[in-house]
Design a protein around this ligand. Structure first.
Ligand code: AMP
Length: 121
């Protein structure tokens, strides 16, 4: 599968559509999910064109991988849900058809602000 430049997160990265930004640096953008599933529901995405976590780990530089990983913790601190400042959260990413991925640009969901509940329905 090739990366589709017309996916919604690519449009957000190109600033063609707006987002409710939480955090940004050279490698990562974080914004609130438009359809929150929990009290706090944020997304963390790499700025590079990667379809999913496997694609990212296969092609991204170590610097990009470290930045995304650290970006998740950075966002959790900003949101007050990190393990040092808050009560914790769930970070998850869906991959492809069986994972239930809808947007074909790698994103981590950050759920928090309340107990998240069962891991899999
Ligand atoms: P997934 O099913 O893992 O691909 O999740 C895609 C997520 O993107 C869903 O939770 C959507 O609510 C969210 N989403 C779709 N469009 C937007 C948007 N324009 N801004 C923020 N979140 C979005």
């Amino acid at each position: 599968m090739n990366y589709n430049q017309n996916n919604i997160f690519a449009k957000i990265l190109r600033k063609e559509i707006p987002c409710q930004k939480i955090f940004e640096n050279d490698y990562v953008l974080s914004f609130y999910d438009i359809n929150p599933q929990k009290k706090i529901h944020a997304l963390v995405i790499p700025k590079g064109n990667y379809i999913n976590l496997d694609d990212f780990n296969n092609r991204a530089s170590d610097r990009e991988i470290i930045a995304l990983c650290k970006g998740i913790t950075e966002v959790s601190k900003i949101l007050g849900i990190s393990t040092d400042k808050g009560k914790g959260y769930r970070a998850l990413t869906n991959l492809d058809e069986h994972g239930g991925q809808e947007v074909q640009h790698l994103h981590f969901h950050i759920f928090g602000g309340e107990k998240i509940g069962r891991m899999v329905e």
